[in-house]
Design a protein around this ligand. Structure first.
Ligand code: DWN
Length: 409
């Protein structure tokens, strides 16, 4: 795609520079039903580019949000124990550090199935979830988490504020990167925040993505790939100030930022901004050879897997993750190489992976069928997954971790 036609999602500048073109791909979370197998899936351009003006990496195509996140959205956060533990610790730390109680209000944008807000409900802190995906929102409501089934917009924020629902804390984990209107999203957050309120957001960290070649986390739901520099440029344009930042291991490496209406950046922010400038994360050169590295990974991974298959080995995969769709479609391997994908999310079982149409089943199939190898597509949860598959390992099964360089465990 000619990047000259496109303007930056954050600052509106032209002159975006292509980083990696993954071609036309199906939607990573659009898992197919058996009936869908009789029809052609829609595909969309998937190309990442860098904005030299504000240092934001982003994809060029915007797939309509109601196509991505509403009907049948299959992602439920509660199917990962590690994520539940991470979220519980985040919630309890916030209650403690902000002195939240019965008079407070916590709003979570992209609250999914209530996996995080349930900790506020349990501790008597009034909260409100906002999520457009009907399935997860229903699960949240059924578990006692008040939830609006809606996209978060500046207009919704103004409506809530008008109803007196100003927030002491706005939590937005793994959603800022998904917002089709990045600037409107931040205007909405500021509108919702009380004068001394805090916005707490987690986003995948682009430095980890580039350093560890996590190209599979590039898919149409993820419109932006943030560094602290690009976040800082974006937030300040909306009179929001990042005052604290933490690096996290979750999801292959993330940032958690704490922002507010007042400017009071602490040393963690100053130090990380300085480190990014020192390493060049704020300039295109940092991203320039990413495409070549990814193409080499594709060749190596594809050759290893096809080699195992040609030698008579049986291979399955674990984790019908969105990142798994990107990886399988990019390396071009499907049912001729991988027999099935196991996943413990019951909403995904019985469906098929986008593009390669590999069947998705429950994890019990692994010890039932005993494939020689299991490729872990949800590598960000590899420790938790491998721990569960102890019997498979004891019976001689082996795992393949795909990135940054494939290895067999
Ligand atoms: O931004 C997003 C990230 C945070 O989560 C969303 N757009 C969509 C989603 O991306 P993903 O699907 O790549 O995320 P996960 O959480 O890495 O996917 C893990 C998959 O593995 C899920 O389908 C659940 C499954 N799983 C499992 O079957 N057994 C996970 C664990 C931990 C397990 O033990």
């Amino acid at each position: 795609m000619d990047t000259d036609e496109k303007t930056c999602r954050s600052c509106g500048s032209r002159g975006l520079k292509s980083v990696l073109d993954l071609g036309h791909t199906p939607l990573a979370d659009a898992l197919l039903t058996r009936d869908d197998l009789n029809s052609v899936e829609p595909v969309y351009p998937l190309e990442a580019a860098f904005c030299p003006a504000c240092s934001l990496m982003q994809i060029l195509e915007t797939v309509p949000p109601d196509v991505l996140f509403c009907r049948d959205y299959p992602y439920y956060s509660s199917f990962s124990d590690a994520l539940l533990k991470h979220s519980r610790e985040n919630a309890l730390a916030l209650i403690e550090s902000r002195g939240l109680g019965p008079e407070s209000l916590v709003v979570e944008i992209a609250s999914n199935d209530g996996y995080l807000l349930k900790n506020f409900v349990k501790n008597g802190v009034p909260c409100l979830g906002i999520d457009p995906a009907e399935g997860p929102a229903r699960v949240a409501e059924d578990s006692g988490v008040p939830t609006l089934t809606a996209f978060f917009t500046k207009e919704l924020a103004e409506e809530l504020r008008g109803l007196g629902r100003a927030a002491d804390a706005v939590i937005a984990n793994n959603v800022l990167a998904h917002a089709a209107d990045t600037n409107g999203f931040l205007d909405g957050v500021r509108t919702l925040l009380k004068e001394d309120g805090v916005a707490v957001m987690e986003v995948p960290y682009v430095k980890d993505l580039i350093d560890n070649c996590e190209f599979d986390t590039i898919y149409h739901e993820h419109l932006c790939y943030f560094s602290l520099t690009s976040l800082n440029n974006l937030f300040r344009r909306h009179s929001l100030y990042i005052n604290d930042v933490k690096r996290l291991g979750i999801h292959g490496g993330s940032l958690r930022i704490y922002a507010g209406r007042k400017d009071g950046a602490n040393a963690s922010v100053r130090d990380m901004l300085a480190e990014e400038t020192d390493k060049g994360v704020d300039s295109f050169a940092y991203y320039d050879d990413f495409g070549l590295k990814v193409r080499n990974i594709k060749t190596g991974l594809r050759n290893m897997l096809t080699g195992l298959k040609e030698s008579g080995k049986r291979i399955a995969a674990y984790g019908a993750a969105a990142k798994g769709s990107t990886l399988l479609n990019y390396i071009g391997l499907g049912r001729e190489t991988i027999d099935f994908v196991a996943d413990r999310n019951i909403h995904k079982q019985g469906r098929f992976m986008p593009g390669k149409r590999i069947p998705i089943c429950g994890p019990e199939r692994i010890t039932e069928l005993m494939p020689d190898f299991v490729l872990i597509l949800a590598w960000n949860f590899a420790e938790e997954i491998i721990r569960q598959q102890d019997e498979y390992r004891r019976r001689g099964g082996r795992f393949i971790l795909p990135l940054p360089v494939w290895k067999i465990e």
